[in-house]
Design a protein around this ligand. Sequence first.
Ligand code: SUG
Length: 419
Amino acid sequence: MTIREINFDGLIGPSHNYAGLSLGNLASTRHAGDISRPREAALQGIEKMRANLELGLVQGVFMPLPRPNGGWLRALGADYLECNHALAANAMSASSMWAANAATVSPAPDTADGRCHLTVANLKTMPHRSHEWPDTLAQLRLAFAHEAFAVHSPVPPVFGDEGAANFMRLADRHADKGLEIFVYGVSGGPFPARQHIEASRAVARLHRLDPERVLFVQQSDEAISAGAFHNDVVAVANERTLFAHEKAFADRDDTISRIAERFPGLDYVEVADADVPLADAISSYLFNAQLLTLPSGEQTLVVPSECRETPTVWRWLEAHLASNGPIRRVEVVDVRQSMANGGGPACLRLRVACDPATVDPRFLVDQAKLDAMAKVVARTWPETIDAREVQSETLVATVTAARRAMLDLLDLGALDLSD
Ligand code: SUG
C-alpha cells in the first residue's frame, strides 16, 4: 500500500453567490449582495486543480450538492419559489465547495483498526451549511467505499463540528503515524466559535485514535473576533511543519510546547504580529494556503493572489524563501470568486492521505478530465448570479441542469438521488 496525500477539491457549484450568510466571516459579510460569477469561479477552481497536478500531486474532486435543497425546505414546510428570501438563500448556497469543512480525516497509520476514518461535519452553526451533511455523506460513502475506509455520520448537532478546517496533522511523512491536533473555539467575541471541543473529542473517539497521539488545543478568542472563523485561516500544518500566526492559539507558549513535546521533530514556522498583523493575515489568507510536499520532498505553499497584493505578507514570504526556511517555493493561484466568500485555496480542498488505488476513480482527476469538466462548466454554469434574485424558476432550471451535466460527464448519476 502506498499512502499519498490526495487533495479533493470541491468543484465550485453553479449556484455560487454572495448572500452574506456567514457571520464572523468578514469577506462573506463584505461581499453580501455583490454579483457573483459562477462560471468564472468554477474555472478558477479547475485551474487550481491543474496547478496541483502539474506539481506532480494526486488530485481528487467532489461534486457540488443539489441546489436549491428542496428536501431541506420541505422539512421546513417551505417551497423555494414562495418562501422568504433568507430561507431561499440558505437553500441555494454553493457552500459545499469548501471541502475542508466536509469531514475530519484520520489516515490509516493513526487508527487502531488500520483504516482511514472520515467523519462528516455537521456544520450546525450556520443554517446554510447545516444541511450539507446528508449529501456529503452520500458522496463520501461512494468515493471511499473501499474497505480501507470507515466513513462515519456526523456527531450529533448539539456540538458544532466544522471538519478538517479545525484540524491539523503532524507526521514525519504523510504515510507515517501522526499527531492529530484538534483545534476548538470557546468564544469569538461578537462572532460564533464554530468548533466545539466535545465534537472534536467525539471524532477522536470514533476514529479510534491513540490518546497519546491526540491533542486538543484552543483557538485564540482574539483570532476568532478578528475574523478567523476557522483555525485554517491562521494556521496550517504539513508533515513536520506547523506554519501559524503568533496569535492563532490561546496561550501560545503552552500550546506550542505541548505540541513539541508530543511531536519532537516539529518544525515550527511562526509569523509575528509585528511582521504581519492579524488583520493582514486574515484579509490575505496567508495561512489558508495549501502547504504541500512535492515529489522532490520540498515543501511549497500555494497562496491566493491576495497575498501578493498585501505588502506585509509578500515581504514576509520573500524573506522566508531567502532564509532557506522549510517552505522552499510559493505558488500563487487566483481563486478570487471563492475568496470573496471567505474561501481560500485550503478551504477548497479536503486532504485524504491514503492509497489512491483504494479511491473510486470517478473522484480522481487528470488534465484530460479537467479539460472535459471545464467544457461542461463553460457550457452550462451561469455567468452571473445576483444574490437578491435567486428565487427564479429559470435559475433553478439552469443550476439543476448544469449539475446534472457534470454528473453525467463523470458517470456520477448515483449522486442525483435527492432534489
Ligand atoms: O463557512 N463561506 C464559508 C467559507 C468556508 C471557508 N472554509 C474554511 N476556512 N475551511 C463559511 O463561512 C459564505 C456564503 C455566503 O455568504 O453566501 C460561506 O459560507
